[in-house]
Design a protein around this ligand. Structure first.
Ligand code: FMN
Length: 350
């Protein structure tokens, strides 16, 4: 494919440039698409966003078109790291090249003057099918391939985008030879989710082990930022963990389901009244409909968010049941509109 001329020259290493500790919205499949990233950005933006993970083998196949929505973004969700996964180093190379030269920004989002800020390689997903195929966290046990993948991605990015890795503490048990190996690969950042593959999400994240990875980085004198991830529920908790373990950054995933303002220094969410919660969900649904249309992403994807907004007020449970059975965004919007009218009237009466 011909080299594009993306006018945004990105040779800055975002991981070393930002003031520390920086906060990152974790990549979450079917959650952190361009729509939800914009909602989070409006509530309280993190310092860095990630795309959902996208498969390089698929991107370099005839099915490419169908995967582009995972790379779609707007100039609001910035800086944005594209997260990739897969098996074939050659396809990592080609994907990194097309991320770096702006091909994917243009193809997925029609953007010529803004690009991704980096490329992250997923070496942490513990999904059974993925692991069976030798991808993601399975790479803990295939270091020659992990090395080839990192090198190929770096070659493709050609110094225009920093390359980072997100992973877990080990496969069946905590294994410091794994982060040590990764720190020897000259990557810009290493995000450590404080659990092993075996632990899935069943035990609390081990932050002292994440701290040990940071010590390892210091000892090896590696020029790699260390990001901690796992179970962080508030900005304040993130600040405390970053200070305690001397980390460069904190990544928050599921905490956003409890508080869309999780990146705010003082979140107003607990005091946010029903009407505002309903209006925020309406905005999310409208943006979803505008972005994906009725035939794009399945409306059921929105059910993951229903409990985020429709919670902690009288009648929330009943309303959630209705909303989660809506067949399309038109019906969902209508139900929300009715609930907003009713709540607004009630608050005038009160
Ligand atoms: C619904 C969901 C989807 C996820 N998708 C991804 C993904 O695409 N890429 C990735 O690296 N991690 C993914 N993760 C893992 C999160 O990024 C994060 O590492 C994990 O949830 C632990 O952080 P938390 O306790 O702050 O949620 C996903 C997690 C969840 C809950």
């Amino acid at each position: 494919m011909a080299s594009r001329k993306n006018t945004k020259k990105t040779s800055i290493n975002i991981w070393s440039k930002l003031p520390k500790p920086y906060f990152i919205l974790a990549p979450m499949d079917d959650v952190t698409d361009t729509v939800f990233r914009r909602i989070v950005g409006e509530c309280a933006a993190p310092d860095i966003f990630f795309t959902e993970f996208v498969n390089v083998d698929g991107l370099q196949s005839p099915g490419r078109e169908r995967l582009l929505n995972r790379l779609q973004f707007t100039s609001v969700e910035q800086p944005l790291i594209a997260q990739v996964w897969g098996k074939d180093p050659e396809r990592y190379y080609q994907t990194a090249k097309e991320l770096a030269d702006g091909t994917f920004a243009e193809e997925s989002s029609g953007l010529m003057d803004v690009n991704y800020a980096g490329i992250d390689i997923n070496m942490g997903c513990p999904d059974k099918a993925v692991v069976k195929n030798g991808c993601c966290v399975a790479l803990v046990n295939d270091r020659p391939l992990a090395q080839e993948i990192i090198q190929a991605t770096k070659e493709g990015a050609a110094g225009r985008l920093p390359v980072s890795v997100k992973t877990r503490l080990g496969f069946n048990e905590v294994d410091y030879s794994w982060p040590e190996f990764l720190l020897g690969q000259d990557i810009a950042a290493l995000t450590m989710h404080g659990r092993t593959r075996k632990q899935m999400s069943k035990v609390p994240a081990d932050w002292s082990a994440i701290g040990k990875v940071r010590e390892l980085r210091d000892r090896l004198n590696a020029d790699t930022s260390i990001i901690g991830n796992g179970d962080v529920m508030s900005y304040q908790q993130g600040i405390e963990l970053a200070a305690k373990h001397q980390l460069d950054g904190i990544m928050i995933g599921r905490g956003i389901f409890h508080d869309p303002y999780v990146f705010a220094k003082n979140s107003p969410w607990r005091e946010t009244v029903a009407l505002k919660r309903l209006e925020l969900y309406r905005k999310h649904v409208q943006l979803f409909a505008e972005t994906w249309g009725e035939n794009g992403r399945n409306v059921r994807v929105l059910n993951k968010f229903c409990k985020v907004y429709i919670n902690d007020f009288g009648g929330a449970k009943n309303l959630r049941e209705q909303l989660m059975n809506a067949k399309n965004t038109t019906e969902l919007s209508r139900l929300l509109e009715e609930a907003i009218d009713y709540t607004a009237t009630q608050s005038k009466i009160a």
